[in-house]
Design a protein around this ligand. Sequence first.
Ligand SMILES: [Fe+2]
Ligand SMILES: [Fe+2]
Length: 347
Amino acid sequence: MTNAADPAVVVVTARPDPGGLTRLFAAPALALAEGSQALAALARGAADLVVVEDRPGLDAVALIRALRLRPHLAHTAILLIADDDPAETRRRALEAGATDVVLPPLDASDLALRGRNLIALARAQGAVESQARTLAREVERAAAESQEREREIIRRLMLAAEFRDDQAGDHLTRVAGCVLAIADGLGLSEEEGNDIALASTMHDIGKIGVADSILRKPGPLTEPERFEMMQHALRGYQLLHDSPSRLLRLAAEIALTHHERWDGAGYPQGLKGTEIPLPGRITAVADVFDALISARVYKPGWPLERARRFLEEQSGAQFDPDCVAAFLSRWDDVVALVEERPADRAA
Ligand SMILES: [Fe+2]
Ligand SMILES: [Fe+2]
């Protein structure tokens, strides 16, 4: 599409009276004698139509090719007024990107008609393209908004779940931060890391089905209570897995697999090694680490170094060694995160 300041038509002609040509198109026109002038005039600005009148001494085909190489002239019609050897010139001009070729003898009314049609076509194409760009921008904005809303709802849901669970305030935030650190250490993309981190906040969502008397029980759990507690992994999965949202399906996978162990001794499926989906393996490290440094009704929070040693000892047993290595490679970030949002250490 042309700007208001651009000529609608650029005519390359060596006629002493170029007005005879330019007036034909009934649009603002600029007549230039040389191809180089046309290239300069169209270096940035666009035009709806470029008319090149072929003549000895002008390489019309080269000019057309040079114009076509410019992306901002993609919708500019290029019309060649052939000089002689029409068949060969026509073929080469069309190959070079000319929209149409007018053959001698020149018929002014035919040229005017074709020129005006080409201008109308170029403008329509430009308008359609600009509309498509506007639409694409709107779709992109709407998608970003709906994604942001989805994330917002998940965060608030998690806040609600955290209120009920006895675990001190920032557990989910710290787990998400540790997940990010591990994903980063593993070389995952920022987008993947962010998705897993947000989805990881739902790992214990299945606990909403566990009775308070078990969830908040200060002493050790009986075997049936422990069994009931373990159901939270499957319940979380059942709650989320059939969602149309990719993020919630990822959360379902994490809910189901965050208590699996690398050595196969975890639950609920007893998956082993890489049978456990990576988001579950990452969350397992982050979740256990934060559980260790946080106080529980039955234990005080561990010092960071002790929790670190535990991860090192359990690397390859409870945890994926790559995830542990990735976590330790971002240890300074983890320490900073915990200092910023300290866990409640007192029992
Ligand atoms: Fe859990
Ligand atoms: Fe947790």
